[in-house]
Ligand binder design. Structure first.
Ligand code: MSP
Length: 659
């Protein structure tokens, strides 16, 4: 029988900065769903990638002093880049698209042309604000205090030739799609789209730009590049082979079963995307699911706010599976959730270390201790069954159905909640049956004890199967510890009580999720995060060069002289100031106070040859007179200011003028 197809996508990420835990959240969810679908026997295509064009990338590359392609290559393929992160997080994507890939660029050009030839894309005028010195177009909302966001200068009204997509033409069909089908989920997002965007009237969408060049060129009109969202959205189809020879899976997998996207890009996916597909006369994706955000201190994480959480740090500290599990277990997928390290540690300790970890380690340890690691033949049945046996069995066999319902409705958090009900029931079963008490009289209770332990292995096995999409590496270890054969790790066997071979070899292995000392871990995390923040800062920064010119005569008025340090001491009650007694060549000592104590101890400076400006008017600092200023060089390193007094060759005599 042909396998059922399932095509799932994540958004393609902007490689303008390193990805953070918020990006990881969506990709882990997509991965869990993809793995679940594979487990159920589907033929899955799971796509992720990067969205590499646009002005933001062009600007960032300029800042970094490289080409846009070099810039994105580094963030995508470089150390700790996007590809590294997905590998670390055990993401099982079948394909990875980069919108700078040639096949995608050429396909987008054909798509754009097709919509143009159909009349759905037409040339018009884009009205905006123009900054002449920067040669940049801005929309009203991009301005800062009504001025150019780049240089702060006045802008003027301007018009630019641009292509527009007839979004308005598709408004009714899109509204019907949103209101009358289950295309957009969760349902709560439908009203927002219809009321905020469709009902006020959908305007045609500007789909080309001429103000920057880092994009897919409109091949029939040089100077125009395709709007980044048109380029980006079609990735879902070009990655399957639409209008290219790189891949040949379009007919197999399109339309997508679901696009998982964050809530702020639901508009692009549920209005613009279907409208463009309608224009292209292509089938529409079956679902778009808009998930919530991970918030930090109640606000959105963003690089510019400096409050992003680094998945590398968390994965290294707590393990990849623990992090994956936390993301899926804690936050209802359709809503926002507040991320915190405390919550992460608590979830690991309660669910993984305590509930799951204890069930596995107690069960395997008891099979080892009482039966040498292998239960006797016949342990599947029991001469004197108790009510709790039936309860555990019924809950465990019913689990797959409840889990499936949750997964099919994009509620992985509910699927995990169902699993943990069974795990908790199994732990309670241990207390109820008290295997250690049974073990005291093996002659009479040995068969009962073997049955109890078999039941525990079975409950663990079923939970392990259903946990495997979330914690794939740990699930394998669970199977190995309980001796599960290949046939009893399957989706089918997750609904069949009694699948485990009675005489499976059980081994108490490593503790999969050790308990975390919260205080210690939090302190360590704080340190690691502070280090990472520092490392992320540009290593060395300098004051921008002054643009204002100074005329030569004014410059010559500044009298710079070579001075020798005769004595140097800290100024009492001042943390910063040092008092210098200087030989300036006049024969009369000169006193200068300078705020350099954070960088030098007074003893280091005695005898040094420095430079001072000597014709500044004297000023009092901490009650003492300072006649001039010592010259120093300043820069910022890892966010910290560094200062170096200008020191000259000691052979230069005091009093020599610098010119
Ligand atoms: N490039 C576009 C997507 C184009 S898809 C055709 C984009 N990229 S993005 O890198 O800015 O964001 C990618 C996804 O990450 C979005 O779905 C966004 O919602 C998600 N997240 C970014 N920060 C997030 C959180 N803090 N929490 C959860 N998801 C968030 O948009």
């Amino acid at each position: 029988m042909e396998k059922k197809k399932f095509y799932i996508t994540t958004p393609i990420y902007y490689p303008s900065d390193k990805l953070h835990i918020g990006h990881t959240y969506c990709t882990v969810a997509a991965d869990a769903l993809a793995r679940y679908k594979r487990l159920t026997g589907c033929d899955v295509m799971f796509l992720t990638g990067t969205d590499e064009h646009g002005q933001k990338i062009e600007d960032k590359a300029k800042e970094a002093g490289c080409t846009p392609k070099e810039f994105v290559d580094n963030i995508v393929e470089g150390e700790h880049g996007v590809l590294d992160l997905w590998k670390l997080m055990n993401i099982s994507n079948d394909r990875f698209i980069r919108t700078t890939d040639d096949y995608h660029v050429a396909a987008v050009q054909r798509i754009f042309k097709k919509m143009y030839e159909k009349g759905d894309i037409y040339k018009g005028t884009y009205k905006g604000k123009y900054c002449k010195p920067c040669e940049s177009f801005w929309t009203e909302s991009q301005l800062v205090d009504g001025k150019c966001p780049d240089c702060g200068r006045e802008v003027q009204d301007a018009e630019e030739e641009a292509y527009f997509f007839r979004l308005s033409k598709y408004a009714d069909r899109v509204q019907h799609l949103l209101e009358d089908t289950d295309f957009l989920q969760p349902r709560s997002r439908v009203n927002e789209m219809v009321n905020n965007f469709i009902k006020p009237g959908l305007e045609d969408l500007c789909v080309s730009r001429t103000s920057f060049s880092w994009g897919v060129p409109v091949d029939f009109d040089p100077g125009h590049v395709v709007y980044v969202w048109v380029d980006a959205l079609f990735n879902y189809t070009t990655a399957l082979g639409l209008f290219n020879d790189r891949y040949h899976d379009y007919d197999q997998y399109w339309p997508a079963d679901v696009h998982l996207v964050g809530k702020e890009i639901v508009r692009f996916h549920s209005i613009i995307w279907p409208a463009m597909l309608m224009s292209m006369e292509m089938p529409l994706p079956k679902h778009v699911f808009g998930h919530g955000w991970l918030l930090l201190d109640g606000g959105k994480m963003s690089k510019s706010k400096g409050n992003v959480v680094d998945p590398y740090i968390l994965a290294e500290k707590f393990g990849v599976d623990a992090l994956r599990f936390f993301l899926m277990r804690t936050f209802p997928f359709g809503s926002d959730g507040n991320f915190s390290n405390e919550l992460l540690i608590q979830t690991i300790n309660v669910d993984l270390a305590n509930d799951l970890g204890n069930l596995l380690s107690r069960t395997t340890a008891m099979v080892g201790k009482y039966f040498g690691g292998t239960l006797p033949e016949g342990c599947r049945t029991c001469a004197n069954p108790e009510a709790c046996d039936g309860e555990l069995r019924d809950m465990a066999t019913a689990l797959r159905g409840a889990y499936e319902n949750a997964m099919e409705s994009f509620a992985p958090h509910n699927a995990l909640a169902e699993i943990f009900k069974v795990i908790q029931r199994a732990n309670k079963y241990i207390d109820e049956t008290a295997p250690w008490a049974l073990a005291k009289d093996m002659e009479h209770n040995g068969a009962r004890l073997a049955h109890v332990l078999y039941n525990l292995l079975e409950a663990t096995r079923i939970c392990g199967i259903l946990l495997s999409p979330f914690i794939p590496a740990s699930a394998e270890k669970i199977f190995d510890q309980i001796g599960a054969c290949d046939g009893c790790r399957t989706w089918e066997s997750a609904a069949q009580w009694g699948s485990l071979t009675e005489t499976a070899v059980v081994t108490k292995g490593e503790n999969l999720f050790p308990r975390i000392d919260a205080d210690k871990a939090l302190a360590e995390l704080e340190e690691l995060e502070a280090e990472a923040r520092k490392a992320a800062l540009p290593p060395v920064e300098f004051e921008p060069f002054t643009e204002e010119a100074v005329d030569f005569d004014t410059f010559c008025k500044s009298d710079f002289r070579v001075v020798k340090v005769k004595a140097c001491e800290a100024v009492k009650k001042s943390a910063k100031l040092l008092k210098f007694t200087l030989d300036d060549g006049t024969g009369v000592d000169r006193q200068i106070l300078s705020g350099v104590h954070a960088y030098y101890e007074p003893e280091e400076l005695t005898g040094k040859t420095l430079v001072a400006i000597v014709n500044l008017p004297p000023r009092k600092m901490m009650g003492q007179e300072s006649c001039g200023m010592l010259l120093s060089a300043v820069h910022t390193e890892h966010g910290e200011e560094k200062l170096h007094l200008v020191m000259l060759d000691d052979s230069i005599p005091a009093g020599a003028k610098l010119c």
